[in-house]
Design a protein around this ligand. Structure first.
Ligand code: FES
Length: 168
């Protein structure tokens, strides 16, 4: 008889340990997967959002284009309303964020009759050129962000926010 023979007690210990470990892994895996699920989700930052603005209707005068998109924050999904000031510069379409770079109020095109051809923030009289570049001597210290733009079936699509390309 071999001296390495497994005893009944050892066999039961190995079997119970193995089955117990297998069952524990089966219970823990879904919990771990659930906990890190948001990390595993692919980012959708590069996606473009369809707007109801026809490309043919865009002129050299900025107009406000409202749009919305679904945002996922962890397990919470919500509909986010946003807007952009959109105009044409030659053949290029420019989309400017309306969020003031001073303290985050909303800027309006020609919001102050004394400053034609500029964006105006009523909160602290911040001003920006049509390109979104901040006017020196007013509260904002940086230019308005821009949006990536694209076209789908004649309609304007807006992508993620990018740094203003008109600033030096
Ligand atoms: S928030 Fe726009 S100027 Fe202050």
């Amino acid at each position: 008889m071999s001296r390495n023979r497994v005893t009944r007690r050892q066999f039961l210990t190995y079997t119970i340990t193995g089955v117990g470990g297998f069952m524990a892994a089966g219970m823990l895996m879904p919990m771990v997967r659930f906990a890190i699920d948001p990390i595993l989700q692919s980012k959708e930052d590069g996606d473009f959002v369809q707007t109801s603005k026809k490309i043919a209707e865009i002129t050299e005068v900025p107009v406000k284009v409202d749009f919305s998109y679904e945002q996922t924050d962890g397990w919470y999904k919500s509909e986010v309303a946003d807007a952009a000031w959109v105009y044409k510069e030659g053949d290029e379409i420019i989309a400017i964020s309306p969020v003031c770079k001073h303290l985050g109020c909303t800027v309006n095109w020609e919001g102050n009759p004394e400053h034609a051809n500029q964006f105006f923030c009523a909160c602290h009289a911040g001003r920006y050129e049509k390109t979104g570049v901040n006017v020196k001597g007013t509260p904002p210290l940086g230019p308005l962000d821009m949006y990536e733009v694209s076209e789908n079936d004649g309609f304007l699509m807006l992508g993620k926010k990018i740094a203003n390309t008109h600033s030096k």
